[in-house]
Design a protein around this ligand. Sequence first.
Ligand code: EPU
Length: 417
Amino acid sequence: MDKIRIVGGRKLAGRVEIGGAKNAVLPAMAASLLTDETLVLNNVPAVWDVGTMRRLLAELGVRVEQPSRRSLSLSSPSVRSFEAPYELVKTMRASVLVLGPLLARRGRARVSLPGGCSIGARPIDFHVAALEKLGAEVRLEHGFVEAVTDGLRGTEIYFDNVTVTGTENILMAASLARGVTLLQNCAQEPEVIDLAELLNRMGARIEGAGTRTIRVEGVERLQGTEHSVIPDRIEAGTYLTAAALIGEEIEISHCLPSHMTAMVDKLEELGSRMELGETSIRIAGADPIRAANLRTLPHPGFPTDMQAQLMVLLTQADGTSLVTETIFENRFMHVSELNRMGANIQLDGHTAVVKGPTRLSGAKVMATDLRASACLVLAGLVAEGTTFIDRVYHLDRGYEHIEEKLAGIGADIERLK
Ligand code: EPU
């Protein structure tokens, strides 16, 4: 298994180019199941989750080709299977995104229940309840969600809690339902808007994506199209945090600052200076780094996917910061690893109390999930001495060539095979 070795303390400077958003490309790929024509996606990131979704779609009968390094072409003239197997769903929960499209196009789907994961229980009850309201018959059996329908019908759906993939799944299903579906308390994430734009380009009639209420007028069929995936705001935020932590002057290019307001504001509050362009951000290291409180919230609030990375910065801030996680119940697995490196963080329920500044020292640490791994990389960059990060496959799921991108701006980092 690969490891990453980092020698800390090197100042970072230069330019980092951001890839397409993992959490936008996955639903976009699943949308290929909604049409018998070809869907071409551009700005596809080179991350493992894309490979997992490719394998899943191939099992379902989708022909996936890669015409160029950053493009995928997906065609599914016929859907061969209705089943998302446990082996794939357990490695990537976003596999559940095939549920809505399979049901809408073929009237049948069998998707393994994902079960808990390292950041929380993560059930899919809101997806299931919404599909039932659209007219599907759903049974939970043998660890699978089995859904059938003789045709989905538009209805009104209220999500009890904001859910990103839940909103996406139902958007795809409702696009081929008979009549109008009104979705309330929807996720407003940029990735939801990107999917709605793609679906509209395929012939769907969706209004209101990006607000809490989305109206979908069902159509009989959807067609192929070409679409460029939005930039990954979490990848961009991770490099911004690296820059704030130990950067001189860094340019983050190919990103969309308009998707990152809460992150940018928080980094400014912590002492970073930034210059925002339309598709780039220039940032200089924060000096001094100030303490601040942080609360994760659904978009446009501060993203839970950046909580772990920001916490590293707070270990270097002057004073006490409170970090409250409101989205996932167990997303503090990185805390004990950061403390092993010398941080002073105490957990009090859903809040982490971070006292800074603390001197971090390199250690052997273990990644537990994607964003916790990114946090350990950032800690390694600022720590004294050498850090070895184990279980790098978590990192590869959602960051493309992170060691190359960081080495490109001066980090002393390498992957050990
Ligand atoms: N929830 C339920 N029932 C449901 C659905 C969600 O109780 O049916 C709960 C979850 O357990 C969680 C909260 O609602 O406590 C929000 O979960 P959500 O459904 O929004 O999460 P998700 O759609 O499974 C996506 C991203 C995550 C990101 C979250 C929150 C994708 C593929 N994944 O997950 O990304 O953290 O939204 O923004 O879009 C990551 O990239 O590292 C990652 C985990």
